[in-house]
Design a binder for this molecule. Structure first.
Ligand SMILES: [Zn+2]
Length: 418
């Protein structure tokens, strides 16, 4: 107990923002050295040089689950505990192993693509110290009420429950209309929810709350939703970019996303001048070390300096997932990478479409667009044809159909290549 409190306070006090790139680089080199020196996993090589480690992805990571984690917990046991917690909606149980209390959680994602995270109590104390220092408005120790909308609660979030903070979990599995009544009564100072829930709340006429900070989590916050929220709540909308692999980025006081380079080392696989796929190494994860892990996300770098003065890399947005990229052909029969944003913009330009998804059939060079309002079929078709012409690429055959929800879809994925 005391150790956890010590780790929490130490992290809270020592966490700061780096204003000098040179100092940040030095901090990264030291953290990386310490992390690799203490590494104790059957899967990774024994080396202090990151280059000796292979780049891995989710599949490799999950296939080697029990060898990667330092307690040799097997994947099946971990999954079963996490699923039992989800089904019972009781998220408090921990796995006791080798004198450690381990919290197990599931990432969202389709069933074939789910990740499992393992965190010791000590890691959770460090995580909550970092998270609170970065996300709490000043003054830090003021009494505040936090409303948290999530699919699943976790010991991870409960760990942020400090005496000066009142924390209430709003279960996304329950009816959102009832939540509005409770929210109005609760009157949170800080509202944390996925972008789609924030968007729903912004449209609700009977919502009567005045939070001083709003944080979007778990889903990509699309620019038009961000603008709507900003107008409705009259404040900067903050964003947290976090997944089972780590706490990767959050917005500064000016509302810009910065990578958390003080706790995670980012290598970049460039897709073009501004887009890259991050390959991450987390300095803080001991139980389940994450080293040179290639994420499935497309990030946009913004090289302009930020008003906040942070030396950490600024991200203009998280565009989508790598497997949402469609490979089309240009006029010279060369590959053209059609990023998710292109299709998203074509949809946004077409009025009155709320739900959509795309399926691209590689073999037949056919693009199926599923939309909820077929009245705008022709308009969308024209917008797509215009887009392909504008990009100088060979247009796939476009087929517009009535919207339906597919197995592959989740809150972040709307494009599938088959
Ligand atoms: Zn900034």
């Amino acid at each position: 107990m005391l150790k956890k409190l010590y780790l929490f306070l130490k992290t809270f006090i020592l966490t700061k923002d780096y204003k000098s790139r040179q100092k940040l680089n030095k901090h990264q080199a030291n953290s990386l050295f310490k992390f690799l020196k203490n590494l104790n996993s059957d899967f990774y090589p024994k080396s202090l040089d990151l280059k000796d480690f292979n780049i891995i992805d989710k599949k490799i990571f999950m296939d080697n689950f029990s060898k990667i984690n330092t307690l040799n917990i097997d994947e099946k046991t971990a999954f079963n505990i996490a699923i039992k917690a989800e089904d019972s909606r009781d998220f408090s149980s921990k796995l006791k192993i080798k004198k450690k209390n381990i919290t197990i959680g599931l990432s969202s994602g389709t069933s074939q693509n789910r990740g499992v995270f393992l965190l010791s109590d000590e890691e959770i104390a460090i995580w909550s110290g970092y998270m609170l220092k970065k996300m709490l408005p000043k003054p830090y120790f003021k009494k505040r009420k936090i409303a948290f909308f999530l699919r699943a609660n976790s010991n991870l979030y409960e760990s942020t429950n400090k005496s000066f903070l009142e924390f209430r979990f709003f279960d996304l599995y329950k009816n959102i209309k009832e939540h509005i009544t409770s929210l109005n009564a609760y009157k949170p100072d800080i509202l944390i929810a996925p972008a789609s829930v924030l968007s729903y709340l912004a449209n609700a006429n009977n919502l009567d709350i005045k939070p001083c900070k709003i944080i979007s989590v778990a889903e990509t916050l699309e620019p038009h939703i961000k603008d709507k929220l900003k107008a409705r709540f009259n404040q900067t909308i903050h964003e947290i970019y976090q997944c089972t692999e780590g706490f990767l980025a959050h917005t500064c006081s000016f509302g810009h996303l910065h990578l958390n380079e003080d706790i995670v080392y980012f290598e970049k696989e460039w897709l073009d001048e501004t887009r890259f796929v991050p390959i991450i190494t987390d300095f803080k994860r001991q139980t389940q070390p994450i080293i040179r892990y290639r994420l499935n996300d497309i990030l946009h770098i913004d090289n302009s300096p930020c008003e906040c003065g942070s030396a950490r890399i600024k991200i203009s947005r998280i565009e989508g997932r790598c497997d949402e990229i469609i490979y089309l052909k240009d006029k010279f029969n060369k590959d053209f990478l059609l990023f998710p944003d292109f299709l998203r913009r074509a949809v946004l330009r077409t009025k009155e479409i709320n739900e959509y998804c795309f399926v691209f059939n590689k073999q037949n060079y056919e693009l199926f667009a599923y939309i909820d309002n077929l009245e705008y079929e022709l308009e969308l078709k024209n917008n797509l044809e215009f887009l392909f012409k504008d990009l100088n690429i060979i247009s796939p055959k476009i087929v517009i159909k009535q919207y339906e929800r597919f197995e592959f879809m989740n809150k972040r994925i709307r494009i599938k290549v088959i």
